[in-house]
Design a protein. Structure first.
Length: 451
């Protein structure tokens, strides 16, 4: 980065489906905090259009559509950069994705991660600020295969979709368990479709003789019970090329990763592939990696002096306030055309007593704000926010700054395994990264031992 002092504000998911009341004190206070930074990021986890696309057969969980005017509300809060690479971007098929892309462009809000083809989805976006040029590359590891952007060919156009990071999980079992799985395959037709596809050349088979594929899940002989996940090398290489391009054209580079995947059954910990990918991004030239997706906080790692936020949780979460849902949603809960969206959402949550409504951690998060000094030193401040878990469902989900440090204390716990120290000062979490933290890991250990 050039000799410039730059500030960044980042949040997690903005699942915004209602218009903000722009003049209320909580909105004004948040706007002041966010707007004071040069670059202000959030993950835009809805489609914004007036019914431009057909409801997709597969959604991100709730078919997310909001009026295009919510884009302006995010800009009032101060945001000037968003990711659209997430599991709701194609809730209304490619028509909804392209309409959202167009509405974001019309509003002048920089965005990356989805587009008319793979080249557009993978391309970095740039924000011009008084203190420097900032680039961002956005990707998601949580997706349905029908959402993946397609590459262009000389003889055929590409496919609208997302910049994705494929990954594989190998479930580790004992030799006896693997033998049992092989016996199950012999006795049943679980893999019949897969075997037929391999025989006809439509699928490339698993070549590892010590692995067994069962119903699409890979099992390997290993006594360690934890699953091992690895990112697709071609996707990593493609995203790294975009980061390197951004590095060559900007003073500061961000990477956004939407990532629901977890370590085993522990949602608070990212899958192994996500940790390695984030570090690969820093190695390729990124200055920070901003994670989001699981709707809860995950730890913060300082790698080579650069912050990796494995998940910043929610910023706006109004999934119980969508105005419309397709017939598929109603049918799943035994409802008919005589029922409305309110009744469908109430049925899913069993009158707001299960799912997200029953998880307090969903409704407590932070706004991260950091300053990079000329010498590379960084101070990260984590401002706690409350999304109104105890409010009625129709008022829940809009953030307000709070003096409750529960979210900061949770981040202290989640970040400790990464060696990250978070102090609490005047109700705000603080991480300080000095010159000693800029060195590679081995050199950092030697430097710390010398003091």
């Amino acid at each position: 980065m050039a000799s410039r002092r730059i500030t960044v504000t980042a949040t997690g998911d903005s699942f915004i489906t209602r218009r903000l009341v722009r003049t209320v004190p909580s909105t004004v206070e948040l706007s002041r905090l966010i707007s004071a930074a040069d670059v202000r990021f959030t993950n835009f986890e809805v489609t914004a259009h007036d019914g431009a696309g057909y409801p997709a057969a597969v959604s991100g969980g709730t078919w997310a559509m909001a009026a295009p005017e919510v884009i302006g509300d995010l800009q009032v809060l101060g945001f000037n950069l968003v990711s659209t690479a997430n599991n709701h971007a194609l809730d209304y098929s490619t028509g909804g994705l392209l309409a959202t892309d167009d509405n974001l462009s019309r509003a002048g809000l920089a965005h990356a991660g989805a587009g008319a083809n793979l080249a557009a989805a993978c391309a970095p976006v740039f924000v011009e600020t008084e203190r420097g040029r900032v680039g961002m590359v956005a990707a998601t590891s949580t997706f349905d295969k029908s959402w993946v952007a397609g590459d262009q060919r000389p003889d055929l156009q590409g496919r609208p979709g997302l910049n994705v990071l494929h990954h594989k999980v190998a479930h580790k079992v004992s030799s006896a368990q693997l033998a049992t799985l092989r016996q199950i395959l012999e006795d049943t037709s679980i893999n019949a479709t897969y075997d037929r596809s391999v025989a006809t050349g439509f699928v490339v088979p698993v070549e590892d003789p010590n692995a067994v594929l069962v119903g699409g899940h890979l099992f390997v002989d290993d006594t360690d019970p934890r699953p091992t996940s690895t990112a697709d090398t071609k996707d990593v290489a493609r995203i790294v090329r975009s980061i390197e391009r951004a590095r060559g054209e900007a003073d500061y580079v961000l990477v956004s990763l939407h990532n629901h995947e977890m370590l085993g059954s522990d949602l608070e910990r990212p899958a192994e592939f996500a940790e390695k990918f984030a570090r690969d991004c820093i190695d390729a030239g990124a200055d920070a990696v901003i994670g989001h997706g699981p709707h809860i906080l995950r730890g913060i790692e300082i790698y080579r002096g650069k912050p990796i936020f494995y998940s910043l949780g929610n910023f706006i979460f109004e999934s119980d306030s969508v105005a419309h849902l397709p017939a598929d949603f109603f049918a799943a809960y035994g409802l008919t055309h005589h029922d409305d969206t309110f009744q469908a959402l109430r049925e899913r949550s069993r009158n707001w007593t299960r799912g997200f409504s029953a998880q307090p951690e969903i409704w407590s998060s932070v706004v991260a704000k950091w300053t990079v000094e000329d010498d590379g030193a960084i101070e990260i401040r984590l401002h706690p926010i409350d999304l109104g878990h105890t409010e009625p469902h129709y008022r829940r989900g809009e953030p307000r700054l709070t003096g409750d440090t529960t979210a900061i204390e949770k981040l202290q716990e989640l970040s400790a395994p990464y060696g990250t120290r978070i102090d609490i000062e005047a109700g705000v979490g603080v991480i300080r990264i000095g010159p000693r933290d800029q060195a590679p890991a081995g050199e950092r250990a030697a430097l710390r031992a010398s003091v």
